[in-house]
Structure formats: C-alpha cells, structure tokens
Design a protein around this ligand. Structure first.
Ligand SMILES: [Zn+2]
Length: 255
C-alpha cells in the first residue's frame, strides 16, 4: 500500500492483534520512515468512546503541557493573540490555558466540548498558533489534517510519541495502543522532518513535543523548556491576566 505521508510504496513489516480480535498489518515507508496500519476498518468500534478508557494520563499531561506551552507562547509569540486547540477533546487544555490568561479556542470533529463551551473555533478568525495533542497518531489521512491545520495557522505545536528506531514489534511498544485500536499513524523523526520540509516549516523536537513553525526560534528554547518545570512558568504567568472570571461573565450572560 502507499504511504499516507509521501505516497511511496510501504512494506508490510509485521502484524498485531488489536481490540483483542482483529489481526492487522503494519506497513513501513522506507522513503519517509512513516509507519501505518492497513485500512483501519475497526475505527467505529475503537471509538465507541472517543477518549479511550486507558488514557489515565489525561490530566497530568494537560497540566504539564499547559506550562510548556505558556513558556513557548509567552516568549516566542504574541501572547495576546488568539490560539486554537485542534482536536481539543473535552476542552481541558483550552480551559486551562484560558485560566492562565491565553485567548484559546477549541475545535474537535469527534469529541463533545465539555469544559470549554462558548469558546469554539470560528473560521473567520486569525490564530497565532495551533496546538494539537495526542491527535496525530489517530489521523486516518494525516496530510489532509495537517493541510487543514496549516490553513488555520502556520505555527503548530503538537505531541505524539516518536517511532523508535529500529521499529519495535507490537508487543514491545505501548504506543501501538493495541487495547483500544485508535492509534493508526506513527511518525519517526525522519517523517516529521519530511513533513516540515514539504511545507517550508522549521521543525523542533523536545521529547514528545514537536514544533512546526513558520519562523525559527532560538536554540536556547530547549533550556527554557526545562526551566518551565522549575518556576519559570510562575514568573511568565504573572504577565497574563486569567480569563476565568471574564469567561464566567461572558458565558453566563449568554444563558
Ligand atoms: Zn512515506
């Protein structure tokens, strides 16, 4: 089958048992290093709940990311601009970022907005930066999604686990998500560099956090991100005004 990123021929490398009942094949592209499953006919079943039951890291991940993203947006972007969380799930990240003081909005095709209602995406708005966490590995057509994102903003911050090298077999890597069957696209470092090059973007990698940006950021960003864990976040937060109360007034007036 063809690679969903670069369209070259992908070769079957192994198979794995998902949802405890479907034996599915995985295909690796030697051109861009992207690993994909066969046509994912099981997704309807896998998404009987859009946030999978085994995602126990949902809150700690959002809290941790809110600190890192606060640091990046405060130092390298217009912090008073508008931001969009694409595939924003229940709205946890949007609510957290609005509480910190960023004008963040929510967009998700599949999940109900539970905690960021009233702050949905509008297509006539310019967004400074788009974030998208733990979504890339769910994409059936990654290039369509990425192009859709780039129409909204040329700066994307996202998370996905990098595919290790050599590629682990299904029983040796938890991120294949065999229990829930929702992970179907896996990106190596080479894949993400390929995508960035294709769209003329600067690419940076910090563990599971990836930045694809229209402009370069200074190299010291990696030290800054480490500092965000040690108090820098609290300093930067002081330069922002939380929207918790203003949002309450705005939303309750609507009701
Ligand atoms: Zn490829």
């Amino acid at each position: 089958m063809n690679c969903r990123i670069c369209n070259a021929q992908s070769k079957k490398i192994f198979s794995g048992l998902i949802l405890d009942k479907y034996n599915i094949d995985y295909f690796l592209c030697s051109n861009c290093g992207f690993l994909q499953t066969e046509e994912p006919y099981w997704l309807k079943e896998a998404y009987s709940e859009s946030i999978n039951i085994s995602d126990t890291g949902i809150l700690s991940r959002n809290l941790n990311l809110s600190k890192k993203v606060t640091t990046i947006l405060s130092l390298f972007f217009d912090k008073h601009g508008k931001f969009l969380d694409y595939a924003g799930g229940y709205g946890i990240f949007v609510r957290l970022m609005r509480d910190i003081g960023f004008d963040f909005y929510w967009y998700d095709k599949y999940t109900e907005n539970l905690v960021a209602r009233g702050f949905e995406y509008k297509d006539d708005t310019k967004y400074e930066v788009l974030t998208s966490f733990e979504s890339f590995e769910h994409f059936e057509n990654p290039i369509d999604e990425i192009e859709n994102m780039l129409k909204i903003s040329k700066n994307i911050l996202f998370t996905t686990e990098l595919l290790p090298s050599p590629v682990p077999i299904p029983s040796n890597w938890w991120y294949y998500g065999l229990d829930h069957g929702q992970h179907i696209s896996f990106y190596s470092d080479r894949t993400l560099k390929y995508i960035a090059r294709k769209y003329g973007l600067y690419y940076y990698n910090f563990g599971i956090l990836h930045l694809m940006l229209s402009k370069p950021v200074p190299k010291y960003i990696k030290y800054i991100l480490k500092l965000s864990r040690f108090g820098l976040f609290n300093i930067l937060k002081k330069g922002l005004k939380s929207k918790t109360w203003d949002d309450y007034l705005k939303v309750s007036k609507k009701i």
